[in-house]
Design a binder for this molecule. Structure first.
Ligand code: NAP
Length: 241
């Protein structure tokens, strides 16, 4: 009996470190979903652009097939893939980038939760961890798309957690803000023109002051809590757990 982990954004950043941490368990199997393959040989990589309807279809089919592959003892969905762009005031938002942002950060999260909940009913232990952000709860100039998307992830996760409780399905759904982590996403934010995103100065300062968390430490803590069954249902901040 194996444990199945489905990780989106498995190729880089927090997701790549989640995969390495998961694979410390010899009986863990990983389905990784991103546009580029995971560097880990033991990962079954599904190449899909989750910002598009076609990519989400491919990913949902892969999730459904993997869940049915064998009698898993546990299945965990880690909706981790995300993007910050477009970073600009609402007045300057590019509509196509906006659509990709919501497609990846919101629609893909809900679509994969749906596929997971439907396909995993026979699995004894089921968990969903949606990687959100503290940005869901704060207004940053230039960040309407990202903050709006992460607020939607928090709300949808809280509702899925409530439904799981009322339906007695046993699934634990968590929307988790990881804190500020040293990845490509942070590098991108440090480089944004201050006219579009005045907070880029603050992001540069946090990096210079050594204030970013290491992605391997974040991944280790997430998996430690998950394995111990200590991931709370609803909206949570990793720093407070
Ligand atoms: N870093 C932080 O400080 C921070 C803070 C709060 C929340 N978060 C959240 O943590 C999660 C991971 O962020 P990160 O910092 O690790 O970001 P990252 O380094 O930019 O990595 C993003 C991951 O998402 C995948 N991805 C991006 N666009 C995709 C698409 N269209 N289709 C499929 N996969 C896509 C990327 O893979 P490919 O390029 O191969 O597709 C990559 O594996 C995100 O949800 C982010 O919002 C991060």
């Amino acid at each position: 009996m194996n444990q199945l982990y489905i990780v989106t954004g498995a190729s880089r950043g927090i997701g790549a470190h989640l995969v390495s941490e998961i694979l410390r368990e010899p009986d863990a199997v990983v389905l990784g979903i991103s546009r580029k393959a995971s560097g880990e040989a033991r990962v079954q990589s599904v190449l899909a652009d989750l910002a598009t309807p076609e990519g989400r279809r491919v990913a949902m089919q892969a999730v459904e097939a993997k869940l049915l592959e064998r009698p898993w003892a546990k299945a965990v969905l880690l909706n981790n893939a995300g993007m910050v762009e477009p970073v600009a005031s609402v007045e300057r938002l590019d509509p196509e980038e906006l659509e990709r942002n919501i497609g990846l950060n919101v629609t893909a999260v809900l679509a994969l939760m749906h596929a997971f909940l439907v396909g995993s009913k026979a699995i004894p232990v089921r968990r969903v961890i949606n990687i959100s952000s503290g940005a869901a709860k704060r207004a940053y100039y230039g960040w309407a798309a990202y903050c709006g998307a992460k607020s939607a992830v928090d709300a949808a996760s809280a509702i899925a957690a409530l439904e799981a409780e009322q339906d007695g399905s046993g699934v634990v759904v968590t929307s988790l803000a990881p804190g500020m982590v040293d990845t490509d996403m942070q590098a991108l934010l440090r480089g944004v023109d201050e006219a579009l995103f005045p907070h880029s100065t603050q992001f540069r300062k946090v990096k210079a002051d050594g204030g970013l968390k290491r992605p391997e430490d974040v991944a280790e803590k997430i998996l430690r809590l998950e394995r111990a069954g200590r991931m709370p249902a609803g909206v949570a901040a990793l720093g407070e757990l």
